[in-house]
Ligand binder design. Structure first.
Ligand SMILES: O=C[C@H](O)[C@@H](O)CC(=O)C(=O)O
Ligand SMILES: [Zn+2]
Length: 279
């Protein structure tokens, strides 16, 4: 498990491209038959990726979290951004098609991740896990792709028409901290989360997916009046501290998993920033 300590906005002006990427980009969460994890000390969120190819992969515990099993003190939201797969949680199996989301509550001991068609046309599943500390156990619940709370946002004239699907949230699948969903850009629209915002009560992480291999998302970060950018490829994640904007434009259409944790779960508790005042 990689450790990423928390950073402050005062550090941003001194950072070059390499340091920005080391601190805020998680470019290699997915590897064959492996569970890879990044622990960000921003709200103690763990990002993990699992790509089962030849075998079932168990979500392991890590010495850094001093837990007998991964979800002993945590909960997780898991979105499958790859081919079809299954997740068995303490003996109950859930089928996750591309874009589906499973909430797994605190206390689940055994989480087994399997691809359904790893060697076939649809390819291996890619399970993206976002986990946060949890004080109680909410029921493990599946939300199929497109079956969350849907919000249509943006306008094709500003190239930001997109469909936002809320999966784990206040009015949907309940959790202690994790709020999670998937946003998909409409064809021809490239801008996400514009106008940009911050939410000082919650950190957020984005995982871009369904982006062509040779395309990139120019992801904006930093304080709104002191922005930086990261060039992000397919199935790479970005850690966005509470003080950072998180918005981007693709060189092709894409989707992204957004997930948050922190002080509250109120999706609309965000502070918009006028574009003209951004720097
Ligand atoms: O705080 C909320 C998150 O940044 C995302 O849900 C925003 C998003 O998916 C979008 O506007 O397209
Ligand atoms: Zn946000």
């Amino acid at each position: 498990m990689e450790q990423r300590y928390a950073t402050s906005p005062e550090q941003i002006p001194g950072m070059g491209t390499a340091e920005l990427r080391e601190r805020y980009l998680a470019p290699a969460l997915f590897a064959d038959d492996e569970a890879r994890a990044v622990y960000t000390h921003h709200d103690r969120v763990v990002l993990a990726g699992v790509r089962p190819v030849t075998t079932t992969v168990e979500l392991p515990t890590f010495p850094e979290i001093r837990s007998e099993y991964f979800l002993e003190h945590r909960e997780a939201g898991i979105v499958n951004v790859g081919g079809p797969g299954t997740i068995a949680v303490d003996g109950t199996t859930y089928e996750l098609a591309h874009g589906s989301c499973l909430y797994v509550g605190r206390g689940a001991r055994e989480v087994l991740l399997t691809s359904t068609d790893a060697g076939g046309e649809q390819g291996p599943a890619r399970f993206y896990v976002v986990s946060a500390p949890a004080h109680t156990a909410y029921p493990t619940t599946l939300v199929r792709a497109g079956e969350g709370t849907v919000r249509e946002l943006g306008d094709p004239l500003t190239s930001n028409r997109r469909t936002l699907n809320q999966y784990i949230h206040e009015n949907g699948v309940r959790s202690c901290q994790v709020v999670m969903g998937v946003t998909t850009l409409h064809p021809g629209s490239m801008w996400n989360t514009m106008p940009a915002h911050t939410h000082d009560r919650r950190m957020e992480a984005y995982l871009y997916f369904d982006l062509p291999a040779d395309a990139r998302v120019v992801h904006l970060m930093g304080r709104p009046d002191e922005t930086r950018h990261l060039l992000v490829g397919n199935e790479e994640a970005v850690i966005s501290p509470s003080w950072s904007v998180h918005s981007g434009v693709g060189t092709a259409a894409y989707s992204f998993v957004w997930a948050m944790a922190g002080e509250n779960q109120s999706f609309d508790d965000m502070d918009g920033f006028p574009i003209a005042d951004m720097r």
